[in-house]
Design a protein around this ligand. Structure first.
Ligand SMILES: *Cc1c(COP(=O)(O)O)cnc(C)c1O
Ligand code: SF4
Length: 344
């Protein structure tokens, strides 16, 4: 089996019925498709399940809503040199490559990611590294894109080593889907390059549903954790995939069990053609409120919104503090069961 990259590939893998092909061809012409052999077998076992819905194209992706935008989180507004996004003083994104191993149908960078192109040219990479070297306030470099683990261990290792060698860079964070999309790619050779001595490498795994945490995926995460690579997760809150308390409960417990700390629960971004996945902030807050108390603190991610237009991420979880006396010193604090208590 090879990675399915066209509607015809999906039809021959038996994941899409031929009658759907014409409608999906129009989606494929607009947004990239990639489903790894590993995910194809998971989808074959549950053809309409939560993994299928994250990766198989859907005609609704061609519906655009007025509030949607090509660059939903405003990356372009903060790009001092190609491949570098510098929105917060102490950290930058370094986008090494546009490609991913798989293409999520709700991707917030769907207008920018896709196959083709080798990513940053050697000259652009050198320019990006120079920018980071010249900005001592940069404490953390986040490799994203695209999925940095698509690169060979040799190419990725060279970049990690160059970054770790910069005195003021203390942390290199990699955002990836590979442990859950193609777990065999978490090899000893790859793990080797993720342990430079001069900086800490952290991995943020993108995971949206407990069904993604198969024995193979958990084994890949265990190889990283055993090697001492700290792991956190990012989850996108998605209608029809994980927008219920039972699923989120299982997901966050399974992540912690796999030694991955749930970091962010992202409210879905306003990416084009993703309206069928979106829910309202009020719905998201109601879900997050029900997780509080029900789940260990270790299992609680921050519920965040990336403010459209490039203004950064902020927590949008429900508040538990209520002012009682105007301008006075007294407040009421709400507990996880909804009871209010005074706090002087
Ligand atoms: C999300 C993001 C980061 C990382 O934000 P954290 O809150 O530190 O995880 C950094 N830069 C940009 C441009 C981002 O979009
Ligand atoms: S892995 Fe991330 S960047 Fe790649 S398609 Fe999925 S959401 Fe987009």
């Amino acid at each position: 089996m090879t990675t399915a990259r066209t509607v015809a590939d999906l039809v021959s893998a038996g994941l899409v019925v031929p009658q759907q092909a014409p409608a999906l061809a129009a989606v494929a012409a607009r947004y990239a498709i990639a489903v790894t052999p590993y995910l194809q077998s998971l989808i074959a076992a549950d053809p309409k399940g939560p993994i299928a819905r994250q990766y198989l194209p859907d005609p609704r992706e061609l519906e655009n809503r007025p509030e949607e935008r090509d660059d939903p989180i405003g990356d372009r507004a903060h790009m001092p040199v190609p491949g570098v996004v510098h929105r917060y003083p102490d950290r930058v994104l370094l986008k090494l490559i546009h490609a991913c191993a798989v293409y999520c149908r709700f991707c917030f960078r769907r207008e920018m990611v896709g196959p083709g192109g080798d990513g940053l040219s050697p000259e652009a990479l050198e320019q990006g590294l120079r920018y980071i070297r010249q900005h001592p306030e940069i404490w953390e470099v986040i490799l994203t894109g695209g999925d940095p683990l698509v690169l060979t261990p040799r190419r990725l290792g060279a970049v990690v080593a160059d970054l770790a060698a910069i005195d003021h860079v203390a942390v290199v964070r990699l955002h990836t889907r590979i442990p859950l999309a193609d777990p065999e790619r978490i090899t000893a050779a790859l793990i080797d390059v993720l342990r430079p001595s001069q900086a800490a490498v952290w991995i943020a795994v993108h995971c949206n549903h407990p069904a993604e945490l198969t024995p193979e995926a958990c084994a890949a995460l265990a190889r990283l954790a055993d090697a001492g690579v700290p792991l956190v997760s990012q989850t996108v809150l998605l209608r029809g995939i994980n927008d219920d308390v039972a699923t989120l409960d299982q997901l966050f417990r399974a992540l912690v069990r796999a030694r991955v700390k749930p970091y962010y629960l992202h409210h879905p971004d306003l990416a084009p053609g993703t309206g069928h996945f979106r829910l309202s902030l009020a719905e998201g807050q109601a879900l997050v409120r029900r997780l509080r108390g029900r789940l260990s603190g270790l299992c609680q991610p921050h519920y965040v919104l990336d403010i459209p237009g490039g203004h950064g991420k902020v927590p949008v979880g429900p508040g538990y503090l209520h002012d009682v006396v105007e301008g006075g010193g007294e407040a009421e604090v709400e507990d996880w069961q909804g009871h209010r208590h005074p706090y002087p």
